[in-house]
Design a protein around this ligand. Structure first.
Ligand code: NAP
Length: 494
């Protein structure tokens, strides 16, 4: 097998990879390869198919600004609509033809002599590329809990990220481990099917009311014919989401009361839905809002009042072939075990593949030794011609699209400067990277992460060493503006 050569290789065909590819094409590149280990595009929206899967942010904000979708059927559409949207965008912007599926990247190494990245695919195919963009996302390594006896379970075990549509839960007894954003979507759906459902909750989640709106045909036609109407709605949802973030998370020092006030909706909803005070208390988070990913639902709390649903909060001691034994000794016999246990965001994912930069710097090792960092959440010193999208301090706002789009803007300016100077290589300087890290670290001093009560939240927004190193602690607007203003001298261009 000879080596294939590309100008741009993008790892991941989710919304990050699609956005990066669209920007690369706008910048004039066409010799692009997008590789993905899955068998189709869409990233998390291709992989996840569990019942109840839906977008828990307004789709007007959770979508590319440059490609509004007048066909959303509701403000919080089902996951299948997101997958269709990904397909639509990939086709419209002609990036699908660059995609190669079932292609797993084993690692990438910078070749300083040839000034290219050498990328190894499983199966032995060798690839070289001038530019490498890692767009593997934060949520791509499903986590199986290390609970004693889990391997001995004789019934069905299904992780929500690997849903088995052929398996019927009808009339069976089941348990769900995990009450994160996924758990709160799947639990109400499973409760309708199974005979008995035990929910093993370790840490309660803040669940806000879901103010969903159905968009009837007439609204969809209006959005298509007069795009400004949908833009106006988007302005509202963007502003709300950004303000909520900035106020409750990043300015916790100054406006603690707002942080508490925003949870009123959740408290009221819980008290109205769950009249049993003991049960209601068990569902109440003890940590501050914003320490951990909240979500929305109008059916989650109510589900626990069904006679066939049981909330277990005593912890799991072990799993046996026919059931789960809680730490208080009680055992529940089950036919199926659903793991809504989320993803390994840190250990096996930052980065998701081995990346070796200049002078042999190993990105994963360096992040663990020197601390998680990435200039403007996208580039790293010692890694020439390399961009990483799900990076430390990259995530701005709650919608992933906010992050992807400011990063596309960054690409535009960076590659534009490269092209206009006739250069071939860029690398962010150590000084610029250190300055950015210092700035975000300082800003975090006002945040709920540093000042709030997050100790009991068990939030994956914190690194294993306790640093809240995923978010860029600014408004979306600030992140976007920074991409138009960062000094181009922050990059060594040659
Ligand atoms: P998650 O938020 O990490 O939640 C995992 C759950 O599993 C937590 O409740 C966790 O408890 C529990 N868990 C993990 N290991 C356990 C163990 N050994 N024993 C008992 N419980 C255990 O994962 P997720 O719910 O899949 O959500 C991940 C992310 O996906 C979200 O934060 C969100 O960004 C995204 N998401 C988005 C949407 C959407 O609509 N846009 C929908 C779903 C998910 P602890 O909290 O105690 O660790």
């Amino acid at each position: 097998m000879g080596e294939e050569q590309f100008d741009v290789v993008i790892i991941g065909a989710g919304f990050g990879g699609i956005g990066a590819a669209i920007q690369a094409k706008r910048l004039g590149y066409d010799n692009i390869l997008i590789v993905d280990r899955e068998d189709d595009l869409g990233g998390t929206w291709h992989v996840n198919r569990y019942p109840g899967l839906a977008v828990d942010q307004p789709a007007t904000t959770y979508s590319y600004w440059f490609e509004p979708n007048p066909r959303w059927t509701r403000l919080f559409p089902a996951g299948a609509e997101m997958k269709s949207y990904a397909e639509h965008v990939a086709d419209k912007y002609d990036v699908r033809r660059h995609m190669r599926f079932n292609a797993c990247v084993e690692g990438a190494q910078w070749d300083e002599d040839a000034k290219v990245w050498r990328v190894a695919l499983a199966g032995g195919q060798a690839i070289s590329t001038q530019f490498l963009i890692v767009a593997t996302g934060f949520l791509c390594q499903p986590k199986t809990p290390d609970i004693p006896g889990i391997d001995s379970f004789a019934g069905r075990i299904i992780h929500t990220a690997k849903w088995d549509e052929a398996y019927s839960f009808q009339g069976r007894s089941a348990a769900v481990i995990g009450t994160g954003s996924t758990g709160i979507q799947v639990i109400p759906e499973l409760a309708k099917e199974v005979s008995e459902l035990a929910v093993y909750q370790r840490t309660p989640i803040w669940v806000m009311p879901k103010s969903d709106i159905r968009f009837p045909r007439i609204a969809q036609r209006l959005f298509a014919k007069v795009p400004l109407t949908q833009r106006a709605l988007r302005f509202g949802t963007d502003t709300f989401m950004d303000l909520a973030n900035v106020i409750t998370m990043w300015n916790y020092r100054y406006i603690k009361v707002a942080n508490r006030a925003i949870t009123a909706g959740s408290r009221i909803q819980r008290r109205l839905a769950v009249r049993d005070k003991k049960l209601s208390r068990k569902l109440k988070p003890e940590y501050d809002f914003g320490c951990k990913r909240p979500s929305i639902s109008n059916s989650y709390y109510r589900t626990f009042t069904k006679p066939n649903v049981h909330l277990e909060t005593n912890g799991i001691e072990r799993i046996e072939p026919d059931g789960i034994v809680a730490c208080d000794g009680t055992k529940r016999k089950i036919d199926a075990l659903v793991l809504a246990t989320g993803y390994d965001v840190w250990e096996s994912n930052l980065p998701a593949i081995e990346v070796i930069g200049r002078e042999g710097r190993n990105l994963g090792k360096w992040w663990r030794e020197a601390g998680f960092q990435a200039y403007e959440g996208i580039s790293v010193p010692h890694f020439p011609n390399f961009l990483t999208m799900a990076s430390p301090y990259a995530w701005v706002g709650l919608s992933w699209f906010n992050t992807v789009e400011y990063q596309m803007r960054h690409m535009s300016r960076l590659f534009g400067s490269l092209q206009s100077s006739g250069a071939t290589t860029f690398e962010v300087t150590e000084e610029a990277n250190a300055r950015f890290l210092e700035d975000v670290t300082k800003r975090l001093d006002n945040s709920v992460f540093r000042l709030g009560n997050c100790a009991t939240s068990r939030s994956y927004w914190f690194s294993p060493s306790g640093e809240p190193a995923l978010f860029r602690p600014t408004s979306v607007r600030n992140a976007v503006r920074a991409q138009d203003r960062f000094p181009l001298s922050d990059y060594a261009i040659s």
